[in-house]
Design a binder for this molecule. Sequence first.
Ligand code: IDP
Ligand code: MG
Length: 149
Amino acid sequence: METTYVMIKPDGVQRGLVGEIIQRFERKGLKLVGLKSMVPSEEIAKKHYEVHSERSFFPGLIRFVTSSPVVCMAWQGRDAISVARNLIGPTNGRDAAPGTIRGDFGMDIGYNMIHGSDAAETAEFELSLWFPEGLMTWENTMGTWVYEG
Ligand code: IDP
Ligand code: MG
């Protein structure tokens, strides 16, 4: 089982899309093992987007992501990282296919509503950054009807 870090960004919260977005991950069959909301500090936002620190959009990105609440989530399942990225869609909402979150609700590369880890190492880093307290362990009885074997 993989666990991935997913975060609804300030524009997703401001636009009232929290329920809609969470529902897509639930319906897919992923298991929720972490959930909380906060206004991110500049420190945590800069660590999260460290790989983009030399990019011209970085200062604006940090201002944006620290501007109002985000919803932090950890979703678990087989190949959860790529499954979540597929639900999310490509970075620019204008290029994203309908059916994906960005394709259905987004029109912009900066305001694209949601983040999802892109690889196993980034997922591990991001989960420990946003959930230093750890994640939930629980038995999902419905899970027996999600995977055949
Ligand atoms: P991803 O979120 O699809 O993984 P990344 O390339 O990792 O996309 O970029 C991280 C975030 O930085 C994007 O989700 C978006 O919010 C922001 N971003 C990326 N490129 C641009 C840009 O050209 N202008 C403004 N914001 C950008
Ligand atoms: Mg990325």
